[in-house]
Design a protein around this ligand. Structure first.
Ligand SMILES: Nc1ncnc2c1ncn2[C@@H]1O[C@H](COP(=O)(O)OP(=O)(O)OP(=O)(O)O)[C@@H](O)[C@H]1O
Length: 531
């Protein structure tokens, strides 16, 4: 090599090195690291993180995350969001400088995830480009619109008597094993083809119950428009605590994109219990039933996020169906009363009706929908008043008649009519009924067409009428959806169809039984009275 060229090479190398040296600016990022002082069930106490913010995520060894919850001057209380068996006092804890967020968007549809967004369905990672914080302020009042569009549940008793509107919050409450989940799942199934997306949030449920819900949704083809956020009973309480907020952020993202969304929280009793556990471990002062003072706030903050957005914000809606489990039918316990006062109505499921086989076991007298009536379709409104009155009168007289009191003809008629209303409102699970079929059954009921059908044939008669409702002309079905009032002609068309389909049952009733047999139950009552 030429000496000249060697010098040139060395010069250029030195020039490059000095350029890099000049461009280099040392970046010292302060990294706050604290240490665990103690670990308990689902929480950890950490010292040495004085700058940590409220709700900030902190990272423990083994990539376990936690949320800074109690900020005391000398140490912080952290809610752990993962398995904590390997954590010990003295382990290092790092700040992350961010709050908890979750992946949102269409990529989540059909997926089953845990509250940290990790897939539980074995279908690989969730495809999503957008993330939203888990805790978000509710939509301001000026951006909200009144509830005007119905959310059909497909359950006759609810759509007719306790209607739910899109953007409403309707509580489902009842003792254990009374069919609360079944109502929520049926409502999700009924949204098939109705342009409503669903989010089902299972909180602290048994693994078998979750597996059953997932299997049902899958089998009935409801997964295409549903997201499931799942925590099981043996997960850390921190996961149960954040699960509904995560699910709500996922639902809100759809709502803000102008979609109608339904969210089910199954159930908030477990959520309240998880929060109580965390609060007691963090030594927050206990209040009524040992729940912390802010238990009302955590639920109201959650449910306030359900709303109907105004047109300027896209017109989307988020309907919430929170579920609460009562103990010994005590609906005036602390958490149920809180939730009743936060929501816009409640559907109460009675264990006594469940035992009698009246399913769904909705106690109409204790259930109410405060805003849904305004959103209800007019065809329902034409029948709902009579139906409610007839059913309420029946319930009152039914109890009375059990004492063997002598009943006059009018009273007997009310009781017999009421029994038929109850029979028509019965419905097996996972079989939502379409609007025209529901209207046909309800109109036939109020027109007293079922009153000549014997009670033991009511199930068949009702089914026959539902099938016959397929003959309602499409233009009439359309008007049932849109018309301001059910016209006399449409009313007559539906009644005619009902009359024809019930004729068999009625004539058989007459020919088989004659007048004596028709009043079968009456004679039973009379014989009871005489004895
Ligand atoms: N309409 C119905 N027709 C027939 N069976 C029903 C109906 N609704 C609910 N069931 C049955 O009742 C049982 C209890 O229902 P479900 O699990 O929905 O109740 P739950 O109140 O959510 O229970 P839990 O308290 O365990 O959460 C289930 O076996 C379910 O199949």
């Amino acid at each position: 090599m030429e000496p000249q060229s060697l010098k040139t090479i060395l010069d250029s190398t030195f020039a490059e090195i000095s350029q890099v040296r000049e461009a280099f600016t040392p970046q010292l990022a302060p990294h706050e690291v604290g240490t665990i002082t103690s670990v308990a069930t689902g929480i950890a106490k950490v010292s040495g993180l004085p700058g940590v913010g409220f709700d900030e995520l902190v990272k423990f060894p083994g990539d376990v995350l936690g949320i800074a919850f109690n900020l005391d001057p000398d140490q912080i209380g952290v809610v752990l969001l993962g398995e904590y068996w390997h954590l010990h006092a003295g382990d290092e804890v790092q700040r992350t400088g961010r709050v908890m967020d979750v992946a949102v968007g269409d990529g989540l549809l059909g997926r089953v995830i845990d509250p940290l967004g990790r897939p539980l369905d074995g279908n690989g990672s969730v495809a999503s480009s957008k993330r939203l914080p888990v805790e978000r302020p509710a939509v301001p009042i000026m951006d909200r619109a009144p509830v005007t569009v119905p959310l059909q549940t497909g359950i006759k008793v609810i759509d007719a008597l306790i209607p739910v509107g899109r953007g409403q919050r309707e509580l489902i409450l009842g003792d254990r094993q009374t069919g609360k989940t079944a109502i929520a799942i049926d409502t999700i199934l009924n949204q098939r083809g109705k342009d409503v997306l669903c989010v089902y949030c299972a909180i602290g449920q048994r693994a078998s119950a979750v597996a059953k819900a997932v299997a049902t949704l899958r089998e009935k083809g409801a997964m295409d428009y549903t997201v499931l956020v799942v925590t099981e009973g043996n997960d850390p309480p921190g996961l149960a605590y954040i699960a509904p907020y995560v699910a709500t952020s996922i639902a809100e993202a759809f709502m803000e994109a102008g979609r109608d969304v339904l969210i089910v929280y199954d159930d908030l009793t477990h959520h309240a219990r998880a929060y109580r556990e965390l609060s007691l471990l963090l030594r927050r002062p206990p209040g009524r039933e040992a729940f912390p003072g802010d238990i009302f706030y955590i639920h109201s903050r959650l449910l306030e996020r359900a709303t109907h957005l105004c047109q300027e914000r896209g017109g989307g809606s988020l309907t919430a169906l929170p579920i609460i489990e009562t103990e010994a039918q005590n609906i005036s316990a602390y958490i149920p009363t809180n939730l009743i006062s936060i929501t816009d109505g409640q559907i109460y499921l009675s264990p006594s009706l469940f035992e009698l086989g009246v399913l769904p076991a909705v106690d109409v007298g204790k259930s109410v929908s405060r805003v849904g009536g305004k959103a209800q379709r007019t065809a329902y409104r034409a029948v709902a008043g009579d139906l409610k009155l007839g059913y309420a009168q029946f319930e009152e007289l039914e109890t009375f008649s059990r004492f063997g009191a002598r009943l006059d003809e009018d009273t007997r008629k009310i009781i017999e009519h009421g029994r038929r209303i109850r029979a028509c409102l019965k419905q097996p699970e996972f079989s939502p009924v379409a609007v025209p079929a529901q209207i046909a059954v309800l109109l036939a009921l109020t027109a007293e067409l079922f009153d000549q059908v014997p009670l033991d044939r009511m199930t068949d008669a009702e089914e026959a009428l539902r099938k016959a409702a397929a003959d309602i002309p499409p233009e009439v079905c359309e008007r049932l959806d849109t018309a301001k009032k059910l016209s006399d002609e449409d009313h007559e068309i539906i009644i005619q169809i009902a009359r024809q389909s019930l004729a068999d049952f009625q004539s058989k009733a007459k020919s088989e039984s004659g007048p004596e047999k028709q009043t079968d139950s009456n004679s039973k009552l009379e014989s009871e009275e005489e004895s």
